[in-house]
Design a protein around this ligand. Structure first.
Ligand code: UGA
Length: 444
């Protein structure tokens, strides 16, 4: 449903608080500042706030630092002082909802953030929940805030790490869940905030809290199912001589299927898909049901690193003392994020078999984070060439297209054995084979 601009009561000079300066909060803060709002980015972590105020960002994400430098100190301010909320018409809650030991989403940071903003909320302020939260959470937040005269709105986030700013300004949809979607005050406030997106292709979905909350889990889980479906097919491809990349191309041409998220390989990782898939399965359980398809997707995904590792060990026979060049460290390109990274999982497997590991990632921060995990157990290299020198096998663990731009003719001279296991089907197979490499992709 796309609202028209003139149907909305304008709120001039709107001030907005964003609670949490992690991925979601930071992008929301700089994004809203660029649109022109007065934004206060609030976090309890003094170090993060100090860093942001000095123009540096605590994560690696392209274009964010540039926007921060442009707006910080002007219409964008970072602070640990919750008093800033007193002036704000809208308060976005963007704190983490990590996975608990039992697989459910841990809401302690969210409820603590709500309790912290409560004393400072001005009359008629709107509290907007951007964090990924299980169905029923916005209702609980409203209950916590029942003495305050404020509305609670569910507004899940859909940005991807590595392209977060681009995603913010080109989002496919803005989902807004209300307690009562026919009531105008909260709706007008949110439509005002997102007015910038009216003339774009962005669709506005106006719904109730529960549907909005579920849209987020359903979207991430559906994409996870798509990936696992392709990975399952890739096992069959290995046996019957079909090429999963060609199969994906053929399937993706059908608009009903769509060309995205059909890449087979090492499966999905990161801070969102694994956690959200688990949380959705738990929501089925809590309603005495079983999420059969989602459970199957999770099972397929869990076994992929082993399937891949077993193929490498079978070919290399004995891994002890073998030199493995692992290209890619992060869970996906253009991020320093190693959470649930398949590349990290693989490195542990090789280390357990006493192989020597050298690794590389185009993002320096990813390598710094790898050093924190592995210390001197692996050698972190500055270039692909340094990584592959003397290698008995090259492993591609993160889907960087840039690996194709490396000089494979020269790499062929540097390695000990010309052997590539491409866990992301990203390399140009013909090109590397031309330089004498034995190439193993996934499902090809
Ligand atoms: C994901 C969603 O794509 C975002 O829409 C959502 O906002 C975000 O989670 C979140 O909930 O915060 P993200 O985790 O940044 O974003 O990364 P994706 O680009 O979705 O990739 C997730 C994983 O799937 C990666 O490990 C990637 O390698 C893998 N993947 C992706 C595949 O294995 N095959 C594919 O075809 C696509």
């Amino acid at each position: 449903m796309h609202e028209k601009k003139n149907e909305i009561t304008r709120v001039d000079k709107m001030k907005i608080a964003v609670i949490g300066t992690g991925y979601v909060g930071l992008i929301q803060s700089v994004g809203l500042a660029k649109i022109g709002f007065d934004v206060f980015g609030i976090d309890i972590d003094e170090n993060k706030i100090k860093m942001l105020n000095s123009g540096k960002i605590p994560i690696w994400e392209k274009d964010v630092e540039e926007l921060l430098k442009k707006y910080n100190g002007k219409n964008l301010k970072f602070t640990t002082d919750f008093n800033a909320i007193k002036e704000c018409d809208a308060v976005f809650i963007c704190v983490g909802t990590p996975q608990s030991d039992d697989g459910t989403a841990d809401l302690k940071y969210l409820f603590s953030a709500v309790e912290s903003v409560k004393p400072y909320l001005k009359k008629n302020a709107v509290v907007v929940i951007k964090s990924t939260v299980p169905v029923g959470t916005n209702r609980k937040v409203k209950e916590l805030l029942k003495e305050c005269k404020c509305d609670v709105v569910s507004n899940p986030e859909f940005l991807k790490e590595g392209s977060a700013i681009k995603d913010f300004f080109n989002t496919d949809r803005i989902v807004l869940g209300f307690e009562d979607k026919t009531k105008h005050e909260a709706r007008d406030r949110l439509m005002n905030i997102y007015e910038y997106f009216y003339n774009k292709k962005t669709k506005f979905i106006i719904t109730n809290w529960e549907s909005a909350e579920l849209i987020k889990y359903a979207s991430n889980s559906f994409l996870a199912v798509k990936i696992s479906f392709m990975n399952e097919l890739s096992h069959l491809c290995n046996c019957i001589g079909a090429d999963i990349t060609e199969v994906a191309k053929g399937m993706g041409c059908d608009k009903r299927i769509g060309e995205h998220f059909l890449n087979a390989g090492l499966g999905y990782g990161g801070s969102c898909f694994p956690k959200d898939v688990n949380a959705l399965m738990k929501q089925f359980c809590q309603n005495d049901m079983e999420a059969k398809i989602i459970t199957a997707a999770d099972n397929v995904n869990s076994e992929l690193p082993d399937v891949f590792f077993n193929r490498v060990s079978k070919r290399l026979k004995n891994l002890e003392g073998k030199n493995i060049a692992c290209l890619g460290v992060a869970f996906k390109p253009n991020t320093d994020d190693l959470r649930d990274s398949r590349a990290v999982e693989l490195k542990h497997k090789f280390l357990n078999k006493k192989a020597n590991i050298k690794c590389f990632d185009y993002v320096g921060g990813a390598m710094d984070n790898a050093e924190k995990i592995f210390g001197d157990k692996i050698k972190i290299c500055k270039t692909v060439n340094e990584t592959v020198e003397g290698a008995d096998a090259i492993i591609i663990a993160t889907e960087y297209d840039e690996f194709n731009d490396e000089d494979w003719e020269y790499i062929a001279e540097l390695v000990n054995e010309k052997l590539i296991f491409d866990g992301r089907n990203i390399l140009d197979e013909k090109k590397v084979k031309k330089h004498g490499f034995e190439y193993y992709g996934v499902g090809r």
